[in-house]
Write a protein that binds this ligand. Structure first.
Ligand code: SF4
Ligand code: SF4
Length: 147
């Protein structure tokens, strides 16, 4: 279920006004606890993109670029997330979780809306490489010719 769908469902609950105080208890996906992001160096060369191709070929790995730079996204539900959506280590949760504000979070708007580039699989990344670099596919030929 997408974040947009969740918002729709919650907005349709009669008499419920979502606030920063109550919204997490109405959030069915706890989206913010289901992935991690890692900032990466801006890829420039063919070899940089070749590395990304290798990584994005793996399950649950995607990449995006937004106004803050390039990021690897790993879909991985936090093991501390309880079935009822609560954090199992609330008192000792990491600082990054404490600093995360729910004032305007992914229950309000999906992060994807702000992505300038988004690669969710190998084929999408490969298509981008072919567009960005002339004769992208020939690099394989050159490499094999040397052997
Ligand atoms: S911060 Fe937002 S996405 Fe995370 S649990 Fe609360 S409402 Fe859901
Ligand atoms: S430690 Fe708690 S708040 Fe942080 S990601 Fe895991 S479940 Fe969410």
């Amino acid at each position: 279920m997408s974040s947009e769908e969740v918002i729709e469902i919650h907005q349709s609950i009669p008499g419920v006004v979502l606030t920063a105080e109550n919204k997490c208890s109405y959030c069915e996906t706890s989206k913010c606890c289901t992935y991690i992001t890692i900032e990466i160096d801006k890829p420039k060369k063919r070899s940089d993109f070749d590395e990304l191709l290798w990584q994005v070929a793996h399950k649950n790995i995607s990449f995006y670029k937004d106004e803050d730079g390039w990021f690897m996204n790993v879909e991985a539900v936090c093991e501390q997330l309880q079935d009822d959506g609560r954090c199992g280590i609330h008192e000792t949760r990491p600082m990054v979780c404490r600093d995360y504000s729910n004032d305007f979070c992914e229950l309000d708007e999906s992060a994807e809306q702000h992505f300038e580039l988004h690669f969710t699989n190998y084929d999408e990344m490969l298509a981008y490489c072919r567009k960005r670099f002339k004769n992208w596919d020939k690099k394989w030929q050159k490499k094999w010719d040397k052997k």
